[in-house]
Ligand binder design. Sequence first.
Ligand SMILES: [Ca+2]
Ligand SMILES: [Ca+2]
Length: 285
Amino acid sequence: MALRQTFIASALGLSFGMFGQNVPVDFEPNGIGANWNWVVFENDYNPPLQFVQNPDTTGINPSSTVAQFEARQSGQAFAGCESMHGTDIGSWTITNANKILRIMVYKPTISDVGIKLVRFDNWSLGEIKISNTVINEWEQIEFDFSAHIGNTYDQIVIFPDFTGRPEDRILYFDNIYGAEFVAPPPPPPAPDSASMSLPNFFSPNYDGINDLYRPATSNADWIEWQVYTRWGQLVFSTMNLSDSWNGLHNGATVSPGVYFIEARCGSNEAGNTVIKKGIIHVLHE
Ligand SMILES: [Ca+2]
Ligand SMILES: [Ca+2]
């Protein structure tokens, strides 16, 4: 994040001295852009740019606040909004490093978005127009200002819906910056807790069927378990996940009957411990 913000700041050439901000133009209450002196033009009665709740936080733009532009049916195709010369974006010289400008848009229609950069004396090379490709979801589109390298600008003009329109339209934009959006990595899945079950019989008679006893675990990183006779005599003990009991105690197979097991296991990652006690029927048939 820090890297991205640094890149964004240098890409946009924001005037840090003036704003003390090195974040994208994100329109957040404590971010940048919402307190700029945006002026709407050629748009009927020019409803002001508003900063509103993000209509869709599930896509690539989970942020809280976005810019809302109401494009009026009776407005011009080139209805738009512009920052104030100088004080908003500061002085911004296009270089090879910041020539790509990106913006996120959310629109109810497919139409060109225009971005124009303007010099202090109102000179400009004109807008670049790029269309969105999806509707009613956030999309990042890129503007290549390679042809502007070396020019210094102090105003940005945005045309959110550069087209004639048969109705009034509400359009949103956000995150004007020079860094490609990189989706945050999904949160790592919660580690699986260890679990354990205790089989309740086995037959250590070396017939190849159910001759070994061990607790059944999943996601266990460690285990310890002991087997006792009904009189409390320890006949098997281990702290090794791969160990099984073959029914031997002191070199001889224990008598058939009921034994008791106490077992604990756990997952280091999930940090859980399972404690179980059970009965083992030792069969010889
Ligand atoms: Ca935002
Ligand atoms: Ca057996």
